[in-house]
Design a protein around this ligand. Structure first.
Ligand SMILES: [Fe+2]
Length: 267
C-alpha cells in the first residue's frame, strides 16, 4: 500500500546509491558517540526509571539515508487498525532486509550496541531472526493514526529495550509517557516529547507506559524502532501470544508466520 512518496533531493539520491559498508557505519557512529558525555547520560537514564531522550543523536547523513529508506519501502507498508487502540502502518525487519539494508546494518552496529550497553548497564543482544520487531518502521500517514497507552512488553525471558529513532516528523504527534509507573515508592512522572529526525529515545519496554497522540490533517510521521534483548529465549506459549499480537496489530500474518515450516521457523 502506498500512502506517500517522499521526493528525493540530490543528497538523498546520492545516499541511495552509495551505501556505506557496515564498518563505515560503525566508525562514523563510533566517532559521533565519542563526543557524548556517556556517564551523565547513564545517570539521566537511571534517574528517569530506564528512559533516555537525546534530541540530536544520529549523524545527519544517517538521517538522510533513513529518509531515503522510507521512500524505498513505502509501497510495502502494512496498514493496521485496532479499534480504540491503534491505527497506522508498519514495515517489518523482513521487508527492511530486502529493501533497506542500511537499517539492518545500523541495527547491528557494534558502536551503537556498546553505547546502549553503557547507558542501560546490561549486556545486549540483537533480536532473533524471526522477530519482525527487531527493527521496523512505523508510519503515521492518515489523520487519526496513533497508538494508545501501552508498554512494550517483553515476551522474552529477559528484558526488552526499545530504541526509537526519529526519521520524518511533519506532525503534531507527541510521544507521551509516564516514568516510574512500575516503581511504587516513586511517584509517576508524566512527560511528553516530539522527537525530530535523528533523535533518540531509549527505554526498558516493561517500565515505560507510553502512547503516540493522533496524527492531524495533512501530517506525516515515520519512526524507526530497534529492539534489543538481554535473553532471546522465549517460551512457546509466549511465542504464540507474541506472534498473534504482531500479526494483528503490526505486520500481518504473512510477515510474522513467513518462516513457519522452514528451517528457521519459530521454536
Ligand atoms: Fe511502544
Amino acid at each position: 500500500m502506498s500512502d506517500t512518496a517522499i521526493p528525493l533531493n540530490p543528497v538523498r539520491q546520492k545516499a541511495r546509491t552509495e551505501r556505506p559498508s557496515a564498518r563505515e557505519i560503525d566508525s562514523t557512529l563510533s566517532a559521533r558517540l565519542a563526543s557524548f558525555k556517556t556517564p551523565g547520560l547513564r545517570s539521566e537514564y537511571q534517574n528517569q526509571g530506564s528512559f533516555l531522550y537525546i534530541e540530536d543523536f544520529l549523524p545527519r547523513d544517517f538521517t538522510e539515508r533513513l529518509v531515503a529508506a522510507v521512500n524505498d519501502v513505502t509501497p510495502a507498508v502494512n496498514r493496521n487498525y485496532l479499534p480504540g487502540h491503534k491505527a497506522g502502518g508498519s514495515v517489518s525487519r523482513h521487508t527492511l532486509d530486502k529493501m533497506a539494508p542500511f537499517i539492518a546494518d545500523l541495527y547491528r552496529s557494534e558502536a551503537l550496541i556498546k553505547f546502549l550497553e553503557t547507558v542501560t548497564g546490561d549486556t545486549l543482544q540483537v533480536s532473533p531472526a524471526d522477530d519482525p520487531h527487531a527493527y521496523a518502521l512505523y508510519f503515521y500517514t492518515r489523520p487519526g493514526d496513533h497508538i494508545g497507552w501501552h508498554y512494550d512488553t517483553s515476551y522474552y525471558d529477559g528484558r526488552r529495550y526499545t530504541l526509537l529513532l526519529g526519521v520524518i516528523d511533519n506532525s503534531s504527534c507527541r510521544l507521551d509517557y509516564e516514568l516510574h509507573t512500575r516503581t511504587p515508592e516513586i511517584p509517576d512522572q508524566p512527560g511528553s516529547v516530539q522527537y525530530p529526525p535523528g533523535a533518540f529515545v531509549l527505554f526498558d519496554g516493561d517500565k515505560l507506559r507510553h502512547r503516540v497522540s493522533p496524527l492531524g490533517e495533512n501530517e506525516m510521521r515515520v519512526s524507526l524502532t530497534f529492539e534489543y534483548l538481554t535473553n532471546p529465549n522465549m517460551k512457546p506459549f509466549k511465542r504464540f501470544i507474541s506472534n498473534m499480537k504482531d500479526s494483528i496489530a503490526y505486520f500481518g500474518f504473512g510477515q510474522v508466520f513467513r518462516r513457519k515450516g522452514g528451517k528457521n521457523g519459530p521454536a
